[in-house]
Design a protein around this ligand. Structure first.
Ligand SMILES: Cc1cc2nc3c(=O)[nH]c(=O)nc-3n(C[C@H](O)[C@H](O)[C@H](O)COP(=O)(O)O)c2cc1C
Length: 174
């Protein structure tokens, strides 16, 4: 899949086929994270691979905005240690993971763990040191056939609403 096609067609996926994710595919997703850019190239991230179904179910029980993690065959938690820009560094890595996964026929969903109690419980469950920031848990699995690949399900603002020409307020006409 061309990069632009992956970017245009990618959608958030919240239900997954039960099929396991092959080790080679998981390896490519992790490699996409490893080579991601980060502020000062500090690479402040850790990626915790979770495939144990009991742990996945427990994460789904804890994360109210990510209950679907319970039914995924795989999840990868992202934790940062002393990052300059934890969200941005993680965001660069996870977007690469998501696009590589999409190209492989998989899907994922960013699970925001902004509730402190839920975040702390998942950190504890996964043994993440207290001083680290748990950014998200990304479930991964093969997407079901009804997930669109045409990009037609994207609900986005028009470019004219968000792109400006030379100065703010002058719509970019393309
Ligand atoms: C920072 C961030 C936090 C998100 N948190 C959640 C979440 O907790 N639960 C969820 O189901 N989706 C979450 N999403 C997914 C968004 O709802 C989704 O990306 C958005 O609706 C656009 O849909 P699309 O990804 O299919 O294009 C999050 C996305 C981002 C970027």
């Amino acid at each position: 899949m061309e990069t632009f096609d992956a970017v245009k067609t990618r959608l958030t996926v919240r239900s997954f086929k039960p099929d396991p994710v092959p080790a080679a595919v998981l390896g490519r997703i992790l490699e996409a994270a490893r080579v991601a850019p980060s502020s000062r190239n500090l690479q402040p991230w850790h990626f915790i691979v979770v495939q144990d179904s009991a742990t996945l179910r427990e994460i789904g029980n804890i994360a109210t905005s990510g209950k679907f993690v319970a039914d995924a065959p795989l999840a990868i938690a992202i934790a940062t240690d002393n990052a300059d820009r934890p969200d941005l560094d993680s965001g660069r890595a996870l977007q690469q993971m998501e696009l590589v996964a999409w190209d492989e026929g998989l899907g994922t969903c960013f699970v925001g763990l902004r509730d402190e109690a839920q975040n702390a419980k998942i950190k504890n469950l996964l043994g993440i040191p207290a001083g680290f920031d748990l950014i998200t848990v990304l479930p991964f699995g093969y997407r079901t056939d009804d997930v669109g690949v045409s990009g037609s399900k994207k609900n986005r603002k028009a470019l004219s609403e968000i792109a400006h020409s030379e100065k703010f307020g002058v719509p970019y006409g393309g």
